[in-house]
Design a protein around this ligand. Structure first.
Ligand SMILES: [Zn+2]
Length: 317
């Protein structure tokens, strides 16, 4: 049976806000995005069984071809240009030096090298098994698979980060309770995720890049994050929007190459290599990005706290 209640506040008064389809990789079918009339949380209706999720990610979600020799850890970002690009839009940037940190959804380990260089005792979790080759080569401590709190010593981490992860989860309450379990008393969870109430979702409507169905299942409002924090016993220390300026560049390219239902987007499905007649317009979009205009727009909307990306800093109580 399809769950129609709000996954956060359990209110059954949810309204179908949009009918959406996979506008990146062409997974067939349309999906209903329901908005809770009480807490503003949005969730994608449907039965997301482990089988479906595994099919989605293995058959439809191409990770960029990964070359071990090209692995580069993120480096310290400082100064005006780092700010202009939106450097604190990523949760890992909020972690101080010399702490014990777990990064859930660590990609190809760029954050692990970053934390290691800053004196942290760092662990990673990543669903893509390619991470194991990186881990072996660079000596990173990584669990390949989904986050399983029980494999770590309870209350042993100072920080846990989840960059663009929580919106993919079937049950964000269970996920955050797992995070709580591994955090020390007073430990901090830093989360980043798309903001469905920001200017981007309002202006671009169904073509907003971050609906990203059926991969993004949960879309938080400030209110539903409050409920999540309460349920998992966290106190919200900070809430704001800080957005990577390149998201706006991606948004223009997304509009340019918007596909029909059931068809993959020539931009996303080719890892950004547009070969059709739209290539010239794509170049203009990129030149526009290089002028810094996307950056200024992005900083302006973040200043108003209506940017496309949330940062939530939660403290275990
Ligand atoms: Zn709700």
């Amino acid at each position: 049976m399809v769950e129609t209640r709000c996954p956060l506040c359990k209110n059954s008064d949810c309204r179908i806000e949009r009918e959406l389809y996979d506008d990146r990789y062409g997974f067939k079918g349309s999906f209903r995005l329901a908005k809770c009339l009480k807490c503003g949380h949005r969730h994608l209706q449907g039965e997301f069984t482990p089988e479906l999720i595994s099919r989605l990610y293995s058959e439809y979600y191409p990770r960029s071809a990964f070359k071990l020799e090209e692995h580069k850890p993120f480096i310290e970002a400082k100064g005006f240009f780092a700010w202009l690009k939106g450097k604190n839009s990523s949760a890992f940037r909020w972690v101080p030096k010399n702490v014990r940190v777990l990064d859930i959804g660590c990609g190809f380990g760029e954050t692990l090298g970053y934390h290691k260089a800053r004196g942290c005792d760092v662990y990673g979790v990543e669903a893509d098994r390619n991470i194991l080759r990186v881990a072996e080569r660079f000596g990173y401590k990584v669990h390949a698979g989904l986050f399983e709190p029980d494999i770590y010593e309870p209350a042993s981490f100072d920080y846990v980060t989840m960059d663009q992860v929580l919106e993919h989860t079937i049950d964000p309450v269970v996920a955050l309770m797992g995070v709580r379990k591994v955090l020390k008393e007073g430990g901090v969870a830093v989360l980043s995720m798309p903001n469905p109430d920001g200017w981007g979702a309002r202006v671009f409507g169904k073509r907003w890049i971050n609906w990203h169905v059926p991969y993004h299942i949960q879309h938080f409002s400030f209110e539903s994050m409050k409920i999540l924090a309460e349920k998992a016993d966290f106190k919200i220390e900070k809430t704001c929007t800080i957005t990577d300026s390149s998201w706006l560049w991606l948004q223009w390219l997304h509009l340019l190459t918007y596909p029909k239902e059931g068809e993959p987007s020539e931009f996303w499905a080719s890892n950004g290599r547009i070969t059709s007649g739209k290539r010239k317009i794509a170049r203009v979009i990129t030149l526009f990005h290089l002028t810094g205009a996307d950056h200024l727009f992005t900083r302006f909307f973040d200043f108003l706290n209506i940017g496309d990306n949330y940062i939530f800093v939660l403290k275990k109580i």
